[in-house]
Ligand binder design. Structure first.
Ligand code: DX5
Ligand code: ZN
Length: 219
């Protein structure tokens, strides 16, 4: 199975967001990735459920919502109601991760967990059988357009082995610094979903052309 593409709208042109999303959809991407930042867990502030709701109105694609916010359990219902299909929380923000994952499922969403570059995979051991998706951060969360952290590739491969060992069908998503240079090693290491921001939404080339080139590299 070729990896799914989940463009992050973080680097899209917000003055014509609807258009950009429709362009990405026409280019054959699989999901839309939405980066929610609170200026607390991460230094940057982006957008909330209102924008997710607006995006929901312009596309039928799966909405993949990445919550980089403190106490995410306070907002899960709002994002589910706004039309999120997948809700992913950081292990660093969830002291009661098992309960948070159950809450996401009870809201009718697929549950994802993610970890910062320096957070070890061992923190996932107990929750692994419960989740639909694991997201490996290959940059420190907060901004688009950062450089891929090289050690991420080995981490992805180790996670792939952990998932295979328990026969888990969970998606293995990777987020940060994926471009024409890094995409091949990310896919080879075992990623099934690729979050791509600045390599898809930029002023250098059309979205369709960027997607085409990246697909070619992804193999
Ligand atoms: C970083 C975000 C990413 C980011 C990816 O905190 O979670 O989704 O937008 O952007 P690029 O592909 O530019 O690294
Ligand atoms: Zn993200």
């Amino acid at each position: 199975m070729p990896p799914k593409f989940a463009p992050s709208i973080l680097t899209a042109d917000f003055t014509r967001l609807g258009e950009q999303i429709r362009e990405a959809e026409a280019a054959g991407v699989d999901w839309i990735h939405l980066d929610i930042m609170d200026g607390n867990f991460v230094p940057n502030i982006t957008f909330g459920p209102l924008l997710v709701q607006a995006v929901r109105q312009v596309t039928k694609l799966t909405l993949d919502v990445h919550l980089m916010i403190a106490q995410p359990e306070r907002y899960l219902a709002d994002f589910a109601q706004a039309g999120a299909n997948w809700l992913t929380v950081h292990v660093e923000t969830c002291p009661h991760l098992h309960s948070t994952v159950q809450q996401i499922k009870e809201l009718g969403c697929k549950a994802g967990v993610t970890l910062n570059p320096a957070t070890p995979l061992s923190t996932l051991e107990e929750i692994l059988p419960e989740v639909d998706l694991i997201l490996v951060m290959s940059v420190n969360p907060g901004f688009g357009g950062q450089k891929y952290i090289p050690g991420s590739t080995a981490k992805i491969a180790r996670l792939r082995a952990m998932l295979d060992a328990i026969g888990s069908p969970a998606e293995l998503e990777v987020d940060g610094g994926i471009n024409a240079t890094t995409i091949t090693e990310v896919v080879k290491a075992g990623a099934s979903v690729l979050v791509i921001g600045s390599a898809i939404f930029n002023t250098k080339a059309a979205i369709a052309e960027n997607v085409r080139q990246l697909r070619e590299r992804a193999g």
